[in-house]
Design a protein around this ligand. Structure first.
Ligand SMILES: [Zn+2]
Length: 134
C-alpha cells in the first residue's frame, strides 16, 4: 500500500469518528496531573498483566534469572525477617517502618527497616550511607 496524501485522506474519511475519539482521549490525558497520570498508568499496566499473563510470567522469570542475587535476598528476608510492630523508619524517624531494605544483596539477612518513601529514595536517589550510619 502506498501512503500518500490521497490514501491518508481516504483513511481519515473512513475512520473519522475513531480518529477523533482517540485524539480527544490523547488531549484529555495531557491534562492529567502527575499523580493522576501515575494512577492511570498503574491501571493500564494491571490490565496488560491480566491480558498477557503468560508473557508477564516469562518476563518475571527472566528478571529473576538476571537478578538472582537480588531476588534470592528479597525472598529470604521476606520469609525470615519480620518487621517489628510500630518501629520507626531508621532513615527519617517520622513514619512507621513498613519495608525491608537491603544495602548489600550478598548479606540477605542484613536489612534496614524503612518506610515506603525512604525505601524509594534509597533506591533511586542514593542517600549517602553516612546518613544512616552504615
Ligand atoms: Zn522514612
Amino acid at each position: 500500500m502506498v501512503y500518500n496524501k490521497e490514501t491518508q485522506k481516504r483513511y481519515y474519511e473512513l475512520h473519522k469518528e475513531e480518529i477523533l475519539v482517540k485524539a480527544r482521549i490523547y488531549h484529555s490525558k495531557k491534562q492529567l496531573t502527575d499523580k493522576e497520570y501515575r494512577k492511570h498508568r498503574a491501571i493500564k499496566t494491571k490490565e496488560w498483566i491480566d491480558n498477557n499473563r503468560e508473557q508477564f510470567n516469562l518476563r518475571m522469570r527472566e528478571y529473576a534469572h538476571r537478578n538472582r542475587l537480588k531476588c534470592n535476598a528479597r525472598k529470604m528476608a521476606l520469609i525470615k525477617i519480620t518487621i517489628p510492630k510500630n518501629i520507626l523508619c531508621c532513615v527519617c524517624s517520622n513514619n512507621i517502618a513498613t519495608e525491608r531494605d537491603h544495602r548489600d544483596y550478598s548479606k540477605p539477612l542484613k536489612v534496614l527497616f524503612v518506610c515506603k518513601q525512604c525505601n524509594e529514595n534509597l533506591d533511586h536517589k542514593q542517600i549517602k550511607m553516612s546518613l544512616i550510619g552504615e
